[in-house]
Write a protein that binds this ligand. Structure first.
Ligand code: AKG
Ligand code: FE2
Length: 460
């Protein structure tokens, strides 16, 4: 066994040894050191530094930053924990003192409060009773006409049970611990949000605005660099990881990546027969519109509104999700304070905590102020309708798999066109031209153009 290295604060830190250890944790260590330095020098500074240098969050960040910068011509594998994964990819050769890695593998855990929260929060405790506004209806007992009148025309969220019973995705992906899913798609690499995680860390004082087309372009390019993981590896990561906010598989190309096979394993529910983007645009003209979402317990989607103010349906084929909703202009005071008077119509994401933190902290303050959101739990096999312009947040209570397409129909048409008018004029003009064939949509367009005329005149 190699000798245990001496703790030597001055040697490790030089002049900086004057500063207390905790100043390093988030002030110096995280932003500036690279992973190999952390492993080589920092571990010899003090016991506290040893502990700090084991923190999963630290290694996750270091690894994803490096990945984002240099990438690799391969999919990403998670090897037991973030530190081992980093060492495997980036500094195996440089590190000869493996002893440190092994001995202090678990120390970080004691030091990290957020991590502690993860351990203590029994996820199922976050499944409170639904608040009651969101109905649960049985698909087999409702006609499309009734559904349209009651929920689509009124743009009201609703949970629909018994709608997925004939889906292979629902009946087969869950069987035998996902055996069939792995057999069919284990080697397919799906896009994860790991790159977004790094992007989020970049400091910005600005509240996110509706992106201009060129920013949208830039974002698209960044997204294409996303960290991809083979499904087999992701499912293993799902079992092993202890992250507070785990990586999320969120892939809008899942049909293409599975050569159309996944498309055969689900179908569009009868309640959502119309998609004007599908009707009038080619696949290459329309924006991303369908996602497979595979999320570990504790992961989720922060407060957001769907792209271009489209509506969505979310079919949960595995696990449990907790949802909360606010209508566009009825945000609670706590959230309004966060956005400091920004026009909510121009925002897509609210600058708030990640879902687990939100549901275990901010949520209580909001409840005390009597401004609870509408809430519901979506169970395995439930289909959820998310109408246009509703803010929503989603927390995966268990490991989950869902399929969620977005669409534009005649009931959210004006919201979508208004959004396109602001964010993508070319796309707006294209849609406008196409929909003129439909008398009802034409009337809606005329109404819209009249309503924006005064703005046009004012700004002229
Ligand atoms: O399942 C989730 O995390 C939320 C999905 C969602 O809201 C979306 O894709 O817009
Ligand atoms: Fe959404």
């Amino acid at each position: 066994m190699p000798p245990i290295p001496q703790i030597n604060r001055e040697k490790g830190l030089g002049m900086l040894s004057l500063l207390p250890d905790d100043v390093f944790t988030y002030g110096i260590l995280l932003p500036f050191l690279n992973g190999c330095e952390v492993a080589r020098s920092l571990t010899t500074v003090s016991k506290a530094m040893l502990v700090i240098s084991e923190a999963p969050d630290l290694w996750r960040r270091l690894l994803l930053e490096k990945w984002k910068k240099y990438g690799l011509q391969t999919e990403f594998h998670f090897l037991n924990n973030w530190k081992q994964t980093f060492v495997y990819y980036y500094c195996l050769k440089e590190l000869n003192n493996r002893y440190l890695f092994e001995k202090f593998q678990n120390f970080g855990k004691q030091l990290y409060l957020r991590w502690d929260l993860v351990q203590k929060t029994q996820m199922k405790q976050l499944v409170y009773p639904d608040t009651g506004e969101i109905d649960r209806i049985d698909a087999t007992k409702w006609s499309v006409e009734q559904f349209t009148e009651t929920y689509v025309k009124t743009q009201r969220p609703v949970i629909i049970t018994n709608a997925l019973h004939d889906w292979k995705a629902f009946n087969e992906w869950n069987k035998d611990d996902g055996k069939l899913l792995l057999e069919r798609y284990g080697d397919v690499a799906f896009r994860t949000d790991a790159a977004d995680y790094v992007m989020k860390e970049e400091p910005s004082d600005e509240v996110q605005q509706t992106p201009t087309p060129s920013e949208e372009e830039k974002k698209k390019k960044k997204r294409d660099k996303a960290v991809k993981m083979r499904l087999r590896d992701f499912l293993q990561y799902m079992k092993d990881n202890q992250d507070e906010d785990p990586i999320y598989t969120f892939d809008y190309k899942f049909v293409e990546r599975t050569r159309g096979r996944m498309l055969e394993e689900y179908s569009v529910p009868k309640f959502f027969p119309e998609d004007l983007f599908e009707k009038y645009l080619s696949l290459s003209q329309r924006p991303h519109f369908r996602w497979i979402v595979i999320g570990c317990a504790r992961s989720g989607s922060g407060w957001h509104m769907d792209p271009h103010k489209t509506s969505a349906w979310n079919a949960l084929v595995k696990g449990t999700k907790r949802w909360a909703f606010y209508p566009m202009n009825m945000l609670p005071d706590l959230i309004k304070e966060e956005i400091e008077g920004e026009d909510v119509e121009n925002l897509y994401n609210l600058p708030l905590d990640e879902p687990l933190e939100w549901f275990t902290e901010d949520y209580y303050e909001i409840c005390q102020a009597g401004q609870k959101p509408w809430e519901c739990t979506q169970f395995e096999g439930d289909l959820l309708y998310v109408p246009s312009t509703w803010w929503h947040i989603v927390l995966n209570i268990e490991d989950t798999i869902s399929i969620t397409p977005n669409f534009c129909d005649r009931y959210n048409f004006l919201h979508v066109m208004k959004d396109l008018y602001k964010t993508d004029l070319k796309f707006f003009e294209l849609m406008k031209e196409k929909v003129m064939q439909d008398e009802e949509l034409k009337q809606q367009m005329l109404y819209f153009e009249q309503s924006v005329q005064p703005t046009l005149q004012k700004s002229a």
